[in-house]
Design a protein around this ligand. Structure first.
Ligand code: SF4
Length: 328
């Protein structure tokens, strides 16, 4: 059987392998190694988890369709040359042959193209990290997903019967950062964490050269976790953490400069004028993560955008001011 890979619908659209209408095309090719098995881990929010009943083709809102690996690799080369795509992002799944399948995909991409490659993977030993780097991985990402150890245990760790632990993830991130020079992680907001918990971990990770990409919790039909959010509070929380993350990563404020009341951000540690200026610029509310990653509509609906895949427009910036509860 010819080797396959999963690719997001938007990616297949940019590669010309599916006809897809998009107002904002992805700037990164979103791929996942192909298996028809469920993942051996059991993250409760994930469609592919061992205990999930959800369709294997989902990652959050995205549909990842099986595609011919060679066609994807060759078109990726052309899309990178023409400037349509600036990065390839590979998601992994834990099953018997995951290492061989992952290395094969990375090698095939690298044989054809110099496109930067991000790899999202669970913690590994130093040897495999070095091998991945030598094979062609530019950005290593180890998703923590939860903002605090107690939440990790509940949705991804021992509470799920899965193999992961907060300490091993943190250790993997720190070792990965030493080997790659820097490393990334994903945090899902909306799992029950407070502003305080989210900002505190972002600040701590930043000190270890660990860049955070923010995601909004998205219910997937058939997944084990189902949280019905209060939309108004979830967007306030998301905007507050986006702004705090931006201040931390830009070196404008730290967690210790900020104040919290009942877990909610009450003072960002900078002047109000600076916040208005940041909203005007809009960058703080764009998708975060690896360079050139815009993940259009990964967590969003047209009525509620958490991560803007472009600079927000004037009306969207006015909404952000309201969502943050800032008086004009
Ligand atoms: S930040 Fe974007 S490119 Fe990087 S691993 Fe996450 S989804 Fe992929």
């Amino acid at each position: 059987m010819a080797p396959k890979v999963r690719a997001s619908m938007g990616t297949l659209g940019v590669l010309g392998l599916e006809l897809v209408q998009m107002d904002t095309p992805p700037t990164t090719a979103y791929l996942q190694i192909f298996t028809e098995k469920r993942c051996a881990a059991n993250c409760l929010f994930c469609a592919q988890a061992s205990g999930s009943q959800a369709d294997l083709m989902h990652i959050a809102r995205g549909m990842y369709m099986p595609a011919d690996l060679e066609s994807v690799v060759l078109r990726l080369k052309m899309a990178y040359q023409k400037g349509y795509l600036a990065r390839a992002c590979i998601q992994t799944v834990l099953y018997g042959e995951w290492w061989e399948d992952t290395v094969y995909l990375i090698k095939r991409i690298r044989e054809e193209s110099e496109i930067p490659i991000s790899l999202s993977v669970f913690p590994l030993a130093d040897g495999p990290y070095r091998e991945l780097k030598a094979t062609g991985v530019n950005e290593l990402v180890i998703p923590l997903d939860a903002c605090a150890p107690y939440l990790f245990d509940k949705i991804k760790g021992k509470g799920t019967g899965g193999p992961y632990s907060w300490d091993r993830h943190m250790d993997g991130l720190k070792r990965g950062a030493r080997i790659f020079g820097k490393v990334g992680t994903h945090l899902i907001l909306g799992l029950g964490e407070t502003d305080d918990e989210a900002v505190s971990i972002i600040d701590e990770l930043q000190k270890h050269k660990i860049n955070t990409a923010l995601f909004s919790y998205t219910y997937v039909r058939g997944a084990q976790l189902s949280i019905e959010p209060n939309i108004e509070e979830s967007i306030r929380h998301y905007r507050a953490v986006q702004l705090a993350r931006y201040l931390i990563t830009e070196g404008m404020a730290t967690y210790n400069d900020m104040k919290f009341s009942d877990g909610k951000l009450s003072d960002f540690g900078v002047m109000r004028d600076a916040i208005i200026r940041i909203i005007e610029e809009g960058k703080a509310f764009q998708t975060t993560g690896c360079p050139e990653c815009n993940r259009p509509m990964a967590n969003e609906t047209f009525s509620k955008i958490y991560n803007f895949p472009r600079i927000p427009n004037k009306r969207e910036k006015e909404d952000i001011i309201k969502e943050l509860g800032i008086q004009e």
